[in-house]
Design a binder for this molecule. Structure first.
Ligand code: FEO
Ligand code: CA
Ligand code: CA
Ligand code: CA
Length: 567
């Protein structure tokens, strides 16, 4: 095969070819197994999965949810716990008995609400391999209905108050949980992305409040139809409810009774993930992308420092939010979003972060997805997944989106990964320099700039980098969410995949391919780093159960056949 050559250097595997089939592939010497699928029980009282109904509505909050996405593994004493997001619903699959998956009643809506959110689950490796421990006291489902506490500058603000919560500090549920992160104090961060899609109006003539347009909140929603059966999602009835979503939420995986916290100080936008790193002085730095065309890359820096054993109260609430400005000369600036720079109050900056960032002239980006920080070198990376409609604003009030330094292509089907080096090796610094780690492209069909950067070659082709994690050795694992037609501009790219990048040499090679129609998203390691957990989201092939069965988003576990380390 074209990839027969054993990879050199730091890659302990032979790169695999593209695939276009309905299963997962990994290199020789590695194997994959299923860990858990949508609908698998977390508790023994949960209903068994039913292929004709997609599972009962009753008990949908007792099973592994739909559309696995970002995840992290935590050690809780001797136990290992994975927290994992359930981003959205595949309605036609989750409600297969309804035409086009359209909810028919309040029970259908409640089922969808319960299949999304977050799972916390204890995992262990036995003689038969890795499995989820049914009925572990650490198992937990967090859904669109779980009580949350709101903290930070917007907590209690008028715009967050509703009839059900006149305090503005108690909300229900976390929504469209996309990417993830972890804090140094052992908590999970889950990031609310396309929350706008859950809202609609039963009154077609209602006036939309200021601030809806930039976030894409409108009368119709994206087909979840919550608003027809649950007045909380009917903007003609509960116009402030959308202001209570679009945040980063902190969950303590060691305490199933704990109340998740929405941290408004990290801003409100279509959060992809939250990559946390400590500055040299101990301040907490959180990097975050806003995944929409023409939106921005952000950073939060805490006011206080983290010190093990000391209270972490306020570390994600009290601090400064910045937005990135990339200069054409390869330098860059983090611009503080303050009442002085934006003429907005601290609460307004937290709620309408996109508008605040536009006021300071931040750099419009090609859909910032995951940020990853190298653990052995002071540098950050962000996937800019693609931009298929440059110049067409996705939402009212957005900025013009010309091609620019880190987003150089007018028509960007392939995406790129931008890298920055903080000044003084300090992630809290206001200045940085930047370059492009990779411009994805296709040298099989283009011989111009669309062929991609020098580290793209005929046998590592991919498009739309999305999720991204560093391992402990400083290798960068890249997961894709792109076109898998394998034709035209995408010839030679096959199904979505996971690749490994060496930040030093720039080399990138393919490690895993997913089933047809799926996106590969979410990655974490066992405590001993001999297992890697990978998310397979929204397959349209009947993965993993085969023909005649509903496709089910799944977490798979990868091990080396010789039991060696994976990162
Ligand atoms: Fe949920 Fe931007 O990916
Ligand atoms: Ca993503
Ligand atoms: Ca994506
Ligand atoms: Ca996705």
């Amino acid at each position: 095969s074209s990839t027969a050559a054993q990879a050199e250097g730091r890659f302990a595997f032979t790169p695999i070819d593209i695939q276009t089939d309905a299963t997962v592939h990994v290199p020789d010497g590695y194997r994959w197994d299923l860990l858990i699928r949508w609908g698998d029980p977390l508790f023994s009282d949960a209903p068994a999965f039913d292929n004709t109904t997609g599972g009962a509505s009753e008990g949908a909050d007792r099973v592994f949810g739909e559309n696995t996405d970002g995840m992290e593994l935590f050690s809780v004493g001797e136990k290992q716990v994975i927290a994992v997001n359930h981003e959205y619903a595949n309605r036609d699959i989750n409600l297969p008995q309804r035409a086009e998956g359209q909810p028919d009643n309040a029970d259908d809506v409640k089922k969808l609400q319960n299949l999304q959110g977050v799972t916390v689950m204890e995992v262990t490796r036995g003689a038969e391999g890795w499995r989820v421990i049914l009925d572990s006291p650490l198992n937990r489902r967090i859904t669109h209905l779980t009580e949350m506490e709101i903290k930070g500058p917007a907590a209690g603000h008028e715009l967050l108050k509703t009839a059900d919560d006149p305090s503005g500090i108690r909300s229900l549920g976390t929504f469209n949980n996309c990417g993830a992160g972890r804090t140094p104090w052992g908590t999970y961060l889950t990031c609310e992305e396309n929350f706008n899609g859950y809202f609609g109006s039963t009154d077609p003539d209602v006036d939309l409040p200021d601030g809806y347009g930039r976030y894409g909140i409108g009368l119709d929603g994206w087909g979840y139809d919550y608003h027809r059966f649950d007045p909380r999602f009917d903007i003609s009835q509960t116009p402030n409810e959308p202001h209570r979503m679009g945040y980063v939420v902190e969950i303590d995986p060691a305490d199933p009774q704990s109340t998740p916290i929405k941290h408004t100080g990290l801003g409100r936008f279509k959060h992809e993930n939250a990559e946390v790193v400590l500055a040299p002085d101990g301040r907490v730095v959180v990097y975050m992308g806003d995944d929409e065309r023409g939106e921005f890359l952000y950073k939060f820096v805490s006011r206080s420092v983290y010190a093990p054993g000391r209270s972490t109260e306020g570390l994600l609430d009290d601090g400064q939010l910045y937005v990135a400005k990339f200069h054409e000369d390869g330098s860059g600036t983090w611009i503080a979003l303050t009442p002085e720079t934006t003429e907005m109050s601290a609460a307004e900056i937290a709620i309408f972060t996109r508008m605040a960032a536009s006021k300071v002239g931040a750099t419009t980006m090609d859909r910032p997805e995951w940020v990853a920080v190298n653990p052995i070198s002071v540098e950050g990376y962000c996937c800019l997944t693609n931009n298929k409609n440059r110049g067409v604003k996705p939402n009212a009030g957005g900025d013009e989106t010309p091609a620019n330094g880190p987003n150089p292509r007018t028509e960007n089907h392939y995406g790129q990964i931008v890298r920055w080096y903080p000044a003084n090796d300090d992630h809290a610094a206001s200045d940085f320099t930047w370059d492009l780690y990779v411009m994805a492209g296709n040298p099989l069909v283009h011989d111009d700039a669309y062929a991609g950067s020098e580290n793209i070659h005929a046998v590592n082709l991919f498009n739309s980098p999305d999720a991204m994690q560093f391992d402990s050795t400083g290798l960068l694992w890249i997961q894709t969410d792109g076109k898998d037609s394998n034709e035209g501009d995408f010839e030679g790219m096959g199904n979505n995949q996971m690749l490994v990048g060496d930040p030093v040499t720039g080399r990138i090679e393919r490690f895993l391919t997913g089933p047809t129609g799926s996106e590969v998203t979410g990655l974490c390691w066992s405590a001993d780093r001999r297992a890697m957990f990978v998310g397979i989201q929204h397959p349209d092939a009947p993965f993993p159960d085969g023909e005649g069965q509903l496709p089910r988003s799944s977490v798979v576990v990868i091990e080396r056949e010789d039991g060696g380390l994976l990162g």
